[in-house]
Design a binder for this molecule. Structure first.
Ligand SMILES: Cc1cc2nc3c(=O)[nH]c(=O)nc-3n(C[C@H](O)[C@H](O)[C@H](O)COP(=O)(O)OP(=O)(O)OC[C@H]3O[C@@H](n4cnc5c(N)ncnc54)[C@H](O)[C@@H]3O)c2cc1C
Length: 419
């Protein structure tokens, strides 16, 4: 236990970010309460591809993307979809997203991201150790595969950013790729392999392990939805009002994923946060089923196949449609024959259809830090495509803030008032 003043901390949101933060704070002696109407880890954190990409330094908005977007929007098989009635509400986020794709900005964003990603694996090891769950993290790396060298050449920009950040990666020729992943179609002949990345074959099991450790040590969990806040005479929030009760708060952490925008707004912070909705299909395992050893992104269709404990998971899609629209599984289902070509022998028997809400800022960077408005409010949301990977390091940074400790990472690039 570290020698830090003990605080009462209330965390809104029990996704992977809230859970990691809860257990980390508790391990430093704080008294922690988690509030979430859903079972812990059952939201977006349930259905991701399980990749902890320690070299994830490439932002979503990269130079030249805007030229490709119109074609992508017209292609029914493309990973990107906008539901047009949502466009007026999306427009400010989209303009910022396009702005973030400018060369100098993308470079700066990548540098900022690398300050988090370089510590993310170490932070995950420490977090998993707190829960006695180190074996959940599998050091199998992160693989992207391409049909030929021309397609691989399209990753030059990404590799440039990875070089600048000192990310360890390897080019794999056809034989090397076969050795690593014998089950992948021979149509794919080139690989980009990041050996230092890790994999969680059941993200929900990680959430459950963190939650079990948290409650075993006396952590409090209210299965309630936060509706609003009450403010004290000093103007700071002093209680959260939920569907069931009013809970007094001392230090408050907002870790409510894609829902954080509304909560932050009530607390006086106008953050640019939307959701990039993403889908998964889970396929039954069969005895003669294909071998897949690690999460693998297939260049071209741009989907990920992951060897989850309960079946092969196809993760695909970025759908810009807001939080309220009904899921539409048409596109991901249309990808099934393609997935079966990429991984011959993949069963067509779908055992789960799922959609989740990536909490995405336009500049691909999370919001981590103290609220500029309220001294007792901390933000930990907006992790977009990398919330599993960045959850543990985010928790460490929040723990530094709660303890009043100087942190090894500057939080200025992740401030809530940067938009
Ligand atoms: C298809 C797909 C694939 C992905 N693959 C990867 C990957 O391989 N690696 C990776 O690192 N990331 C990946 N991600 C991203 C990652 O899953 C997310 O960034 C991460 O799960 C976000 O975690 P979170 O805790 O912020 O949000 P969530 O898991 O969404 O949790 C937020 C919680 O807040 C709660 N909440 C909301 N409003 C309130 C309220 N008013 N009161 C109380 N509680 C509230 C919700 O109920 C929810 O439980 C993927 C995402 C998708 C969609």
């Amino acid at each position: 236990m570290l020698d830090v003043p003990v605080r009462k901390v209330t965390i809104i949101g029990a996704g992977i970010v809230g859970l990691a933060t809860a257990l980390t704070l508790q391990s430093e002696g704080h008294s922690v309460t988690l509030i979430d109407p859903r079972p812990p880890g059952s939201g977006t954190s349930f259905g991701n591809a399980g990749a902890i990409v320690s070299g994830g330094v490439v932002p979503t908005a990269v130079p030249g993307l805007w030229k490709r977007v119109p074609k992508m929007l017209l292609d029914p098989m493309s990973p990107l979809k906008i539901r047009w009635p949502y466009l007026p509400r999306l427009a400010p986020w989209l303009l910022r997203f396009l702005d973030a794709s400018r060369e100098a900005k993308a470079l700066k964003i990548s540098r900022d991201l690398s300050t988090l990603t370089e510590h993310c694996l170490d932070a995950h090891h420490r977090l998993a150790d707190l829960a006695g769950a180190r074996s959940i993290l599998k050091p199998v790396g992160w693989l992207k595969v391409y049909r030929d060298e021309d397609a691989y050449a399209g990753t030059a920009y990404d590799r440039g950013l990875m070089d600048l950040a000192g990310v360890n990666y390897q080019h794999l020729n056809s034989d090397e790729l076969r050795q690593l992943e014998p089950g992948i179609s021979r149509d794919y002949t080139v690989g980009l392999f990041q050996p230092d990345a890790s994999f969680v074959s059941t993200p929900y099991a990680l959430s459950q392990a963190l939650f079990a450790a948290f409650t075993e040590r006396g952590g409090v969990h209210h299965q309630e939805e936060v509706r609003r806040f009450e403010f004290g005479d000093n103007g700071e929030p002093r209680a959260v009002v939920t569907t069931h009760a009013i809970h007094p708060v001392e230090t408050l952490v907002i870790a409510a994923g894609a829902w954080s925008k509304q909560l932050a707004r009530q607390l006086g912070s106008k953050v640019s946060l939307d959701t990039e909705r993403g889908y998964h299909l889970s396929f039954a395992r069969t005895e003669a089923g294909p071998v897949l050893n690690r999460p693998t992104l297939f260049g071209g269709p741009q989907f990920v196949l992951s060897p989850m404990a309960d079946g092969i998971r196809l993760n695909a899609g970025v759908e810009l449609a807001g939080i309220d629209a009904e899921p539409d599984f048409t596109r991901i289902k249309a990808l099934v024959p393609l997935a079966q070509q990429c991984l011959p022998g993949l069963s067509g028997e779908i055992t789960r259809e799922w959609m989740g809400y990536r909490p995405s800022t336009p500049d691909s960077k999370p919001v981590i830090g103290r609220s500029p408005v309220h001294g007792n409010v901390l933000y930990a949301f907006g992790h977009g495509h990398m919330g599993l990977g960045l959850s543990a390091i985010t928790a460490r940074l929040i723990a530094d803030l709660v303890a009043g400790r100087e942190s090894q990472i500057s939080l200025a690039p992740f401030a809530a008032d940067r938009f």
